[in-house]
Design a binder for this molecule. Structure first.
Ligand SMILES: *Cc1c(COP(=O)(O)O)cnc(C)c1O
Length: 408
């Protein structure tokens, strides 16, 4: 099979497709427990079948249009652009999706896949609770049990999402080990999955983890990039100079980047959390300051502590608070097909308020990192230039937290 055929049949650009071992260059793979590797093979086989299955394709199309509300629009943020005084800023409005973020795109796919494999339950981790809510939503829609592992610190911070998951019928497993955030939640969810491989499927929350998860998640998120490119061309007659997205694990970023990987002139920029500053230990800027290493069954850029273990990391946005990153982004960085920058907690809060006050859009704290970078870089560009930001989610979940931090 030629690479061109591979691109056609998967709808994913060859630069982010894995080898038959699930490798992206030296990154990715499927490391760890042999039982887990067997389960991964079963999931991969199901995935390859389902994406060619006409019933699945039709069902996905129906749900995207009538349940999620796709295509999500592209919006020209005129007042924000004027405020920055430079490039024109546009948003791909993934915040308008049902459940308020991009994660529903891969959750619908994952639960459909679980059903195809005859599983009665999906298990997952969640940070900000966005993946948990999206998965609990898809599970309710399709009549599948849902078990969500969440750090106790995040449970405290993201209370509205915890209530949503409970109402949707999900079982919440609080995780108090370590820092009580996303990394520990992933460990706990994997453990629970290993204990029930026959009946359950692990439904990961980002474009990372052991193969085939990065491929599955980016496949289901690629709809964002495909739509965005066509919509942007239609509204402006050109392509954007820059496409910008925040990077936690990398699912919303790989989704929008994937539509522009053939367009060399379009700069793809991922924005990581610089937390309290890159010169402190309190950040989660994996690509900017990490080294090549292993986490949760795959190889990627990772922030390690002095013992070589994944480091405790910090971001004001729970959904970005992870010491690893997807293998596709790790490779895009090494191949210079995308660049990675960062924004601090303080810049993020400023962008959060600016978008709320100038455009009437309250963004998720995760998304506000991408907005902060766009606001910073717009100033150095000309008014004819354009920036397209993936507005990955809305900020309803963050309002109480932000009110505590800013003086109005
Ligand atoms: C989870 C989340 C993110 C971070 O996850 P990625 O996989 O990096 O996209 C970003 N934005 C929102 C709104 C989220 O919910």
């Amino acid at each position: 099979m030629t690479t061109d055929n591979a691109t056609d049949s998967y709808g994913l650009h060859q630069s982010i497709l894995p080898s038959s071992e699930g490798l992206y260059g030296e990154f990715g793979g499927k490391i760890g427990h042999p039982e887990l590797a067997k389960a991964m093979d079963e999931i991969e086989k199901g995935f390859r079948e389902i994406i060619k299955d006409d019933d699945f394709i039709q069902e996905m199309k129906r749900l995207r249009e009538t349940y999620v509300g796709r295509p999500s629009p592209i919006f020209h943020a005129r007042r924000l652009s004027e405020h920055c005084g430079g490039a024109q800023i546009y948003f791909k409005r993934e915040d308008l999706n049902h459940t308020g973020a991009h994660k529903i795109n891969h959750c619908l796919g994952e639960v459909l896949l679980a059903k195809k494999l005859g599983k009665t339950k999906v298990i997952a981790e969640t940070g900000a609770g966005q993946h948990g809510v999206a998965l609990a939503t898809a599970a309710a829609l399709m009549g599948v049990e849902c078990e969500i592992h969440m750090g106790v610190v995040d449970i405290e911070k993201e209370h509205p999402n915890v209530s949503r998951m409970k109402i949707l019928g999900a079982k919440i497993v609080p995780v108090s080990q370590g820092a009580g955030t996303l990394k520990e939640a992933v460990d706990s969810a994997f453990e629970s999955y290993l204990a029930d491989l026959d009946n359950s499927m692990f439904a990961i929350g980002s474009a990372l983890g052991p193969a085939p998860y990065p491929e599955i998640v980016s496949y289901f998120q690629s709809v964002v990039g495909r739509e965005a490119r066509a919509q942007f061309l239609e509204t402006t007659g050109t392509l954007p100079n820059k496409v910008v997205a925040c990077v936690g694990g990398g699912s919303n970023a790989i989704g929008i980047f994937s539509g522009f990987l053939d367009d060399k002139e379009v700069k793809k920029v991922g924005v990581e959390p610089a937390g309290e500053g890159l010169d402190t230990l309190n950040h989660a800027a994996t690509m900017t300051l990490g080294t090549k290493g292993e986490i949760h069954g795959f190889k990627c850029y990772v922030l390690l502590d002095k013992d070589g273990e994944p480091a405790p990391v910090h971001s004001i946005a729970s959904g970005l608070d992870y010491p690893g990153v997807g293998p596709q982004h790790s490779l895009l960085k090494d191949n210079n097909l995308a660049t990675y920058d960062s924004a601090t907690d303080a810049e993020c809060l400023e962008a959060f308020m600016a978008l709320s006050r100038l455009e009437g859009i309250i963004p998720a704290l995760e998304t506000a990192h991408a907005i902060a970078y766009a606001m910073r870089t717009a100033k150095d560009m000309s008014p004819e230039d354009t920036i397209l930001v993936n507005l990955s989610g809305r900020g309803d979940k963050d309002i109480d937290f932000v009110l505590d931090k800013v003086t109005l």
